[in-house]
Design a protein around this ligand. Structure first.
Ligand code: CS2
Ligand code: MG
Length: 402
């Protein structure tokens, strides 16, 4: 089999997505997600200018060799743009291989290790009462694990809380919006949120919380310690993680499990975190971390240190990444949990798929390949629109981590 063509489909059905479609001389095609929230066109141009010309004529079954060609062969390594572009190619090739062999991708990764993939979804509210209602609603839908975020009193536009009447969506069209942050107010508030949730909801539901890179290690240690009585499934991204050894300080003080890495793009971003057992869940996902090929190596490395996967799955990860993550989570042994933030109905229409949710678990379906497609005619009706993630400032105006 030979790759004959590859093209990009850039569409905005309620939010932007960049999709790579690789075609072959046998009529089989594969799809890969190349979406990097707020920097979409950088990946698109990396692919169209520098990657696609190198793919034509290659055998799409040579997934490892093509991965190495694009990674080592570029000389310039890593970074979210490069690794998202490589991921798009890699995932499209796994899709092609599954279709050509008439089997779902999870079978190419070792077969089924479990019946279903445990997922968590997002609950949020302007205050504790609303957040509690929101968690309850998701439990009624069948979720066994729910991430809870609530507005911090005295901090307008807190992270993870939607604008009134809208679903929560991290990116917004136009130039970057601004939000506010106060570590002091947040640290006083967050334990109260979970005290209430745990006492109302009982011991069984898995509660998760995203700190979104906003604390220093010692502040995160204080939070983790304060949250211990409410036994969270995890405390996510407590600090920016460029300084991997910083997590030692958190670990010294708390047994609250830690998940990190949605912004990572290589196993090297998590190397010390994993081998020093400073985290419990690795969040680097397929689209931003070099595809299924690199995620498999990362997960296997993590398995040796009792670290499980907990992949990022917000709305900026397209249904193609969601499908890939579900095949992956079905197959690998050290799967932990998968994030599931619902796409809009329009996004789901543009990307018809076979995956489904039931009683807290998702399954990828048994269609050959990834089991996800793109309706190109519909996609063309929703052209790209510039959009950004917000920035955050402290109450005195200092720019801080969003
Ligand atoms: C968040 C995301 O889902 C999460 O855990 O951290 O909402 C994240 O902010 C966005 O996906 C960024 O693109
Ligand atoms: Mg997060």
């Amino acid at each position: 089999m030979k790759i004959t063509a590859a093209k990009l489909i850039i569409t905005s059905p309620d939010r932007n997505f960049v999709t790579l479609k690789i075609e072959t001389d046998e009529g089989i095609y594969g799809l890969g997600d190349a979406t990097l929230n707020g920097r979409e066109l950088a990946v698109a141009s990396y692919l169209s200018e520098h990657v696609i010309p190198c793919l034509i004529g290659r055998d799409p079954f040579d997934i490892e060799d093509i991965w190495q060609y694009l990674y080592r062969g570029a000389y310039w390594r890593r970074g979210p743009v490069t690794m998202s572009a490589i991921a798009a190619v890699d995932v499209a090739l796994w899709d092609i291989k599954g279709k050509a062999l008439n089997t779902p991708v999870y079978n190419l990764l070792g077969g089924r290790s479990r019946q279903g993939v445990l997922v968590y979804t997002h609950a949020n509210g302007a205050d504790i009462e609303q957040a509690l209602d929101s968690v309850r609603e998701h439990m009624e839908e069948g979720y066994l694990a729910v991430r809870a975020q609530a507005g911090v009193p005295g901090v307008a536009s807190s992270y993870g809380v939607p604008k009134p009447g809208k679903a929560y969506e991290p990116a917004e069209r136009g130039l970057p919006g601004e939000s506010l942050w106060s570590t002091e107010r947040y640290l006083n508030f967050a334990p109260k949120l979970f005290e209430r949730l745990r006492s109302e909801l009982g011991p069984d539901v898995h509660l998760l919380h995203d700190v979104h890179h906003r604390l220093t290690p010692i502040e995160a240690a204080r939070l983790g310690k304060a949250l211990e009585p409410y036994h969270l499934f995890w405390m996510e991204d407590p600090c920016p993680a460029e300084l991997q050894e910083g997590f030692e300080l958190i670990r010294k003080h708390t047994t609250t499990p830690i998940a990190t890495g949605e912004v990572f793009n290589s196993v090297w971003d998590a190397h010390d975190l994993i081998r020093n057992q400073l985290i419990d869940y690795i969040r680097m996902t397929i689209v931003h971390g070099g595809g299924i090929t690199h995620a498999k190596k990362t997960a296997d490395f993590a398995a040796m240190y009792h670290v499980r996967t907990g992949f990022h799955g917000a709305t900026d990860l397209s249904p193609i990444t969601m499908a890939a993550a579900l095949h992956f989570g079905t197959a690998i042994h050290n799967f932990g949990i998968q994030e599931h933030m619902h796409h809009t109905a329009l996004t789901d229409e543009v990307f018809p798929h076979h995956y489904s949710f039931e009683n807290g678990y998702m399954t990828p379906g048994d269609a050959p390949g990834l089991g996800v497609d793109i309706d190109e005619v519909l996609a063309a009706k929703y052209p790209y629109q510039r959009a950004y993630l917000p920035i955050a400032r402290k109450l005195d105006g200092t720019l801080t981590d969003w």
